[in-house]
Structures are given as structure tokens and as C-alpha cells.
Design a binder for this molecule. Structure first.
Ligand SMILES: NC(=O)c1ccc[n+]([C@@H]2O[C@H](COP(=O)([O-])OP(=O)(O)OC[C@H]3O[C@@H](n4cnc5c(N)ncnc54)[C@H](OP(=O)(O)O)[C@@H]3O)[C@@H](O)[C@H]2O)c1
Length: 435
């Protein structure tokens, strides 16, 4: 039965995202009411520091430090969790669901670690969970995976889903700056967390890829299932060689179906300059999907920020509020029952770029190529750069044809052990989709 009773929203967190959500709910109240069929009112906001002066809290919103004022208030229909981190956020979400409240969250950590439990708990209590804001900020990607692309067998998700690292890599590529300088600049501009490890080590991207791949492949994928490498080993030389070879360097998040297995991996990669993701620069995010019906689609936009993330969170609030106002039952949770196995990283087959420093004397190249040949790693190109220092060392850049990860890792170990090799400076996967 439809009702015009106001839908009450309790906000947990009033920081960057929470502030954006509170403002959007106030600024767009009449458009939201027209869409929902009832007014949507923000009634209370939970914060860590309730005594702190806040300039732009909309009128009539109770600021509280007590989660019970939202979670146990029978008037609250929808709890919006934008605190972040695993706890107390996860506990609050579960308690809200237990108390029969719908939940909207932008929390990738909770959804990557506990998504299946959250969704099952919601179904058990006959309520909905919206989590569009947890991946890609303002880019609509959860909705398309759950609905608009549901008719597809998804074969791959290729994404750039961490704006901080994409900004750093863009600066390193365009201006030849060192990793440490790019990081310092990203910190100065406020693009990183207080502890930047979550961004630069690929943790944040792994959370988001776990969420996307669970939905794309109808299989529970946890953050711990995702292979992860950060961007810390990339040096200006890698960007220069990548450009010379026709590639861009990106931190990619890839989920791919391979028979009855899926690959889920986050690592730096060389992408051909013509690849759609190669052109996604700065803090922008993009998700490219391959499906049997749609063939190919890419969504691109701002991956973070108060207004873009509020766009996703408020969209979820509106869709749930509309169902509440119409007296409609919650939608069933996404099926995660295919049980596809995560492919061990050692079984990956792709191409590779290898940069090493070796002694510059006759026969060195033969030793290096013999190691690779013995392990069936076939070479696509070998470039020996001239002597780079007074010690008479040379930089050697190798690209391979498609090879097995385990063989390439063995080769790296054997190369590093050669007397003539001073160091294996970097190994980067090349994702050009050709063999
Ligand atoms: N920032 C983005 O662009 C972005 C984009 C997409 C998704 N997200 C996700 O959105 C969530 C929130 O991020 P944010 O950037 O808005 O964080 P934030 O600016 O740090 O805000 C966190 C808010 O939560 C409150 N809070 C912290 N710990 C609390 C606790 N123990 N109990 C009650 N309240 C607590 C804080 O209170 P005080 O105000 O009193 O300190 C603050 O209002 C995270 O899950 C994040 O991953 C963020």
C-alpha cells in the first residue's frame, strides 16, 4: 500500500561523504520527494565527535555520538553508513539490518570482507542493502552489474579503480617524476589517506575488485582472494620504456573468467596506448566490462569526492525509499552461488616486460636469453641500452610473448642469481589482449 508518510534516514558519519549526502538530501528534497512518492527526511547523524562545531548541518538533524539513537530508533527506515573502516561500521550495519532497517553504505572494506554475510542478513530480515558508493565513487557500476547487464555472461572486468594511484602514475608518465615525488604531491593535494599504503599497495583497489568480481561472476570473492601488487617499484625508466614500446602504465584491477576459474588481480600493467583504459588519466576511474550480449561497455567518471559519492549514495537511498513508499518487497539479494575457483597466480598466462642491469661484456645477452629459453619464456624484443654508468653496466629491457607466470617468476630468480646480472630492476605484466 502506497503511503505519503515521510521516509526517515539516519546517517552514520558526517565527513566528506556524509556531509555531501546531507547537503544533497536537503538541496534536492523536492525532486527526491517527487521521485520517491513521499518526503525523505534526514533525522539524525552519528559522529565520533558530537561536540565539534559543524557549520553546515541541515536544520532539524540531531547530531549524536550514540549509535543507538539511530540503530534502535523505530522511526528510522534507512540507515546510511559512511563512517568507513571495518569496525564499528560492520557491527552497526548488522545491527541496523537486525532491527529491520534498510542500509545504504559506501564502505568497500566492509563489503569486500563481509558482503555475502551482509546481503544474507538483509534478506533474512526482509530489507535491502545499497552499496553503489562502495566502488567507483560517482560511476554507476553496481546497478548495471545487478540489473542492466544481468542478461550477460560477463567474461571480464578491467578497471582503474583507485584515483590516487592513477593520479600519481599520470604525473610520473607525463612529467618523468619519481614515485616518492608523485606520492608527496598526491598527499599535498589531499588525494591520499593519512596512511597512503591502502592506495599505493593496491589494498583499496583489491576491496573494490572483490565486490565487482563477486557480482560479475556470481561467486563470493573476498579481498584476500585478490592477488595484489602496488605501484612502489615503478621508476621513471619504466615509463620511458613503456612509452617507447607504445604502452601506458596503469594500476589495473582485472577479473577474468578462464574456463571454470576466475582471475582476480590488482597490479601495475602496460596497456597499449590505444586501450580505452590507457586514456583514463588523473584521479578518474573507469570500469570496462565484457559480456556475451553487450560485447563491450565502459563506464568512466570521478572515483571519489563528496558530490560524486553522494550521487551514488543518494541514488541508493531514493531507490530504497521509493520501494518503502510503494510498500514493495525488497529485491532478492544477488546470487553468489556459482562457486568459481580463483585461479592461482602461478597459472596466469600473459606477456611481460622485464628491466634489468647487467655487466656490459660479450656473452651476457646469450646467458640471459638462455635462462629464459630454458624456461620456455619466448622473447618478443630485447633492447640493450648503452652503458649507463662508469662501472660499465648496461640496462637491458626485455618483452616476452605470452608466458606462464610461474615460469617468468622462476626466470627472474635465475636471472638475479647470474654473476653478470647486477639486479632485476622490475617486472611488469603487459596486458594487450593479444598472444
Ligand atoms: N571520501 C571519498 O571520496 C569516498 C568515496 C567513495 C567511498 N568512500 C567511503 O565512504 C566512507 C566514508 O568516507 P569519508 O571520506 O566520508 O570519511 P571521513 O571524512 O573520515 O568521515 C568519517 C565520518 O565518520 C565519523 N566517525 C568516524 N569514526 C566513527 C565512530 N567510531 N563512530 C561514529 N562516527 C564515526 C566521523 O566523525 P567526526 O566528524 O566527528 O570525526 C566522520 O563524520 C568510507 O567507507 C570510504 O571508503 C569515500
Amino acid at each position: 500500500m502506497a503511503s505519503r508518510r515521510p521516509i526517515s534516514v539516519g546517517l552514520m558519519g558526517l565527513g566528506v561523504v556524509g556531509g555531501g549526502v546531507a547537503r544533497a538530501l536537503a538541496d534536492k528534497a523536492s525532486a527526491i520527494e517527487a521521485f520517491v512518492g513521499a518526503p525523505v527526511r534526514l533525522t539524525a547523524a552519528l559522529v565520533a565527535h558530537p561536540r565539534r562545531r559543524r557549520s553546515d548541518v541541515p536544520e532539524g538533524v540531531r547530531i549524536t555520538g550514540d549509535p543507538g539513537h539511530i540503530l534502535d530508533d523505530p522511526q528510522v527506515d534507512i540507515v546510511v553508513e559512511v563512517i568507513g573502516g571495518e569496525e564499528p561500521a560492520f557491527g552497526h550495519i548488522q545491527r541496523a539490518l537486525h532491527n529491520g532497517k534498510h542500509v545504504v553504505t559506501a564502505n568497500k572494506e566492509v563489503m569486500a570482507k563481509h558482503g555475502p554475510e551482509v546481503l544474507a542478513h538483509a534478506a533474512e530480515h526482509g530489507v535491502s542493502v545499497g552499496f553503489e558508493g562502495s566502488v567507483g565513487g560517482g560511476i554507476p557500476i553496481i546497478g548495471p552489474l545487478l540489473r542492466e547487464l544481468a542478461a550477460n555472461e560477463i567474461s571480464a572486468v578491467n578497471a582503474i579503480i583507485n584515483g590516487t594511484t592513477n593520479y600519481m602514475l599520470t604525473r610520473m608518465a607525463s612529467d618523468g617524476i619519481e614515485y616518492a615525488d608523485a606520492l608527496a604531491e598526491a598527499q599535498r593535494l589531499g588525494y591520499t589517506e593519512a596512511d597512503p599504503a591502502s592506495d599505493v599497495d593496491g589494498v583499496d583497489a583489491a576491496y573494490k575488485l572483490a565486490i565487482l568480481s563477486s557480482l560479475a561472476f556470481h561467486t563470493t570473492v573476498r579481498d584476500t582472494d585478490v592477488y595484489r601488487e602496488g605501484i612502489g617499484s615503478l621508476a621513471p625508466a619504466d615509463f620511458a620504456y613503456a612509452a617507447e614500446l607504445g604502452y601506458a602504465v596503469k594500476l589495473v584491477a582485472i577479473a577474468k573468467r578462464v574456463g571454470d576459474e576466475i582471475q582476480v588481480r590488482v597490479h601495475p600493467a602496460f596497456l597499449p596506448a590505444a586501450h580505452p583504459l590507457a586514456k583514463v588519466d588523473g584521479v578518474y576511474n573507469a570500469v570496462e566490462l565484457e559480456g556475451d550480449l553487450v560485447d563491450w561497455a565502459m563506464l568512466q567518471g570521478p572515483g571519489a569526492g563528496a558530490r560524486p559519492t553522494a550521487s551514488a549514495v543518494v541514488g541508493d537511498i531514493m531507490s530504497i525509499a521509493q520501494a518503502v513508499a510503494a510498500g514493495a518487497p525488497p529485491k532478492p539479494p544477488p546470487a553468489l552461488d556459482r562457486g568459481l575457483r580463483v585461479q592461482p597466480m602461478a597459472d596466469l598466462e600473459t606477456k611481460y616486460y622485464l628491466r634489468l642491469r647487467a655487466v656490459d661484456r660479450p656473452g651476457v645477452m646469450a646467458q640471459i636469453t638462455r635462462v629464459l629459453g630454458d624456461l620456455h619464456v619466448s622473447l618478443a624484443s630485447v633492447i640493450q641500452k648503452e652503458v649507463v654508468d662508469a662501472a660499465g653496466t648496461a640496462e637491458i629491457v626485455i618483452t616476452t610473448h605470452t608466458a606462464r607466470e610461474s615460469a617468468v617468476q622462476d626466470a627472474v630468480r635465475e636471472l638475479a642469481a647470474l654473476d653478470v646480472v647486477i639486479e632485476v630492476s622490475n617486472l611488469v605484466r603487459v596486458e594487450d589482449g593479444r598472444s
